[in-house]
Every structure is written in structure tokens, then in C-alpha cells.
Design a protein around this ligand. Structure first.
Ligand code: TA6
Length: 314
């Protein structure tokens, strides 16, 4: 966590935890109390964070994937009701971590292996932040299985900071080998909306982009609107974006190390063909992704790279 004002304010105290990782039994009573606790989603191990103000988050250990973020009493992330939960198929929705490869831009499985592997985390290690906040770190390191497809020694963390009305998600990549490491990555955030056709994404006006559907390179004029399949890669905007939606919105920002912003909505036709989406699911979501994809990120031996995406409920 690098956000000004919060650094150094963590109280390194142990949380009230009623069960330790990797318990997979849902604990509804504990889940209602402020703090961090082991929980489950569809039988998969997860950690629930809950603030005194009522805001909450649920993170699956599979992929260190945020599955839910509730702020102001409303769910902010889209999670498909048809999402896979077999423990190895990508989960459709929340905030998948794409690493060490974005999409099919390389020889690895689409969006990299990190989103389907089990990460390590312990609710007991969650840190209480002064005021009303929680910080949780999840960890993934290389194994013989990862080295067989990606020959690097690495350690990566996903750092989740939950504050009232706000969720910060930061990816940290540490090269613990003795050769340079290169990767592409994204935080593939699925934002929940009531009707995407009533929404506008502001803050990308004037930027050139790659339209991956048409394979063209136009310039954005005005706000981004939704209705048909949309899959675009923009350079990171200089200022925060705003998702304007009836009844509320979201401010979305990303650190400069995330050099691109991807905006994706499958639209009705592609949505029909996605087995883990309901036919009308495209209306309830849009992805605004913090990405580092046009040029691979290089990390020198022993060095670290880190970058956050920050979501603020408006
Ligand atoms: O980030 C946009 C994108 O790369 C799209 O091209 C689309 O494929 C989407 O991700 C979802 O990918 P997934 O593998 O999760 O179905």
C-alpha cells in the first residue's frame, strides 16, 4: 500500500480470527463482524474483510481474485452467477489478476497462470488500519509447475486495502532469480452496473486507442458508451477516470506503472457465446482494467515492480 496518509498507520495487531487458512467452511457469524476471517465461496477458500462502517470484500485464494466489494451497502463488482467454481477454471467476474501474460500475447495460457493457481494468505495476518481500514496481502511464488512453462524465479503479492468507500488493489512482482524477468499483466476489474447502456466512462477523451474488435487505431471522442462488443486498449490517462452511472458512480485511477487501460464489454452477441455468462450479463458489467501490456515490464534480478488500481465510490 503506498497511498499517502495511510503509510505507516497500520496497527500490526492480530485480527480476531475464528478459523485459519485454508479452512473452506463458511462462517456466517464471523463474516458479520468487523475484521478479517477465513470464509468460502462456492466451496473455494476465501478471506472476508469487513469494516466497522459495513463495507466489505471477499477474496478467493484461487487467483487472489476479489469476488465482492460492497461499499455504501451496494455491491460494486460484477460476479457472474454462472462463474466456474471448480478450483482451476478462471472465475468470471470480480478482479482477476492476469499475470505473467495478458490475453494471448505470448505462449502461456490466456491471461497467464496466476488467475487459476492457489495463492497463499492468512486472515490472521490481515492488518488493521487506523480509522476504519484493513490490509491483506496474498502471495504467489514460482513452483516446478510454473517454471515448466515460465522459467523464472519470482514472488508476487496482491495487496488489498479496504477503506470506507474505497478499494485499492496493488500487484507487486519480485524477481528472485539471477536473470532479468519480463511479464505483461492486468487487474481485469469487472465493475457492476445496473444497465451498462445508461453508463458513460469519462476520462479517456482525446486518447488514441487500439480497437481490438475492428483492429483499428482511432482516437476517443468524448465519453465511452456501451451497447455492442467493445474491447479497447488505451494509454493510461493522466487523470482519474469516472464511471458515471444513474444513482452513483466510481472514480477509477491507476499508478503510472500500469501503462495502459483496457476497457471491455462483450456486448450481446459475444455474451451469448460465453458459457459462464447469462445472456443479459453484459448489461450488468464493464471491465476497466489497469494493464501493462504494450511493452513487457522488465524486472532486474532482486528488484521489485509494483502498481495499484484504486476504486472510489462516488
Ligand atoms: O481484457 C479484455 C480481454 O482480453 C478480452 O479480449 C476478452 O477476451 C476478455 O479479456 C475476457 O477474457 P477471458 O479469458 O476472461 O474470457
Amino acid at each position: 500500500m503506498t497511498e499517502e496518509g495511510w503509510a505507516g498507520e497500520r496497527l500490526y495487531s492480530s485480527m480476531k480470527v475464528t478459523s485459519s487458512f485454508p479452512a473452506v467452511t463458511a462462517l456466517p457469524a464471523a463474516a458479520q463482524a468487523p475484521g478479517a476471517c477465513a470464509d468460502a465461496w462456492q466451496g473455494l477458500p476465501a478471506i472476508r474483510l469487513r469494516l466497522a462502517c459495513g463495507d466489505a470484500a471477499l477474496v478467493a485464494l484461487q487467483g487472489a481474485q476479489l469476488l465482492s466489494w460492497q461499499a455504501g451497502g451496494e455491491e460494486q463488482l460484477f460476479l457472474s452467477p454462472l462463474a466456474a467454481h471448480d478450483g482451476h477454471t478462471p472465475i468470471r467476474g470480480g478482479i482477476p489478476v492476469c499475470f505473467p501474460q495478458f490475453n494471448q500475447r505470448g505462449p502461456l495460457v490466456k491471461h497467464g497462470f496466476a488467475r487459476t493457481l492457489p495463492w497463499q494468505a492468512d486472515a490472521a495476518q490481515a492488518e488493521v488500519l487506523a480509522g476504519d481500514g484493513l490490509f491483506l496481502r496474498l502471495r504467489l511464488a514460482d513452483t516446478p509447475q510454473t517454471r515448466a512453462v515460465w522459467p523464472y524465479s519470482f514472488e508476487t503479492w496482491l495487496e488489498v486495502t479496504l477503506l470506507p468507500g474505497r478499494l485499492d488493489v496493488e500487484l507487486v512482482v519480485h524477481n528472485r532469480g539471477d536473470t532479468p524477468l519480463a511479464f505483461t499483466a492486468a487487474l481485469h476489474s469487472y465493475l457492476r452496473v445496473a444497465d451498462v447502456e445508461q453508463c458513460r466512462l469519462q476520462g479517456l477523451d482525446g486518447l488514441p486507442y487500439w480497437d481490438a474488435v475492428a483492429d483499428t487505431h482511432p482516437t476517443q471522442h468524448g465519453d465511452v458508451r456501451f451497447g455492442e462488443e467493445l474491447d479497447r486498449v488505451y494509454p493510461r490517462p493522466g487523470n482519474a477516470m469516472e464511471l458515471a452511472a444513474p444513482g452513483g458512480g466510481l472514480r477509477i485511477s491507476q499508478d503510472a506503472a500500469w501503462s495502459e487501460t483496457v476497457v471491455w464489454n462483450p456486448g450481446p452477441a459475444l455474451c451469448e457465446r460465453l458459457p459462464d455468462m447469462p445472456p443479459q450479463g453484459w448489461r450488468q458489467m464493464l471491465c476497466v482494467e489497469a494493464a501493462a501490456i504494450d511493452a513487457p515490464v522488465h524486472v532486474a534480478p532482486g528488484a521489485q515492480w509494483r502498481a495499484a488500481q484504486r476504486l472510489h465510490k462516488l
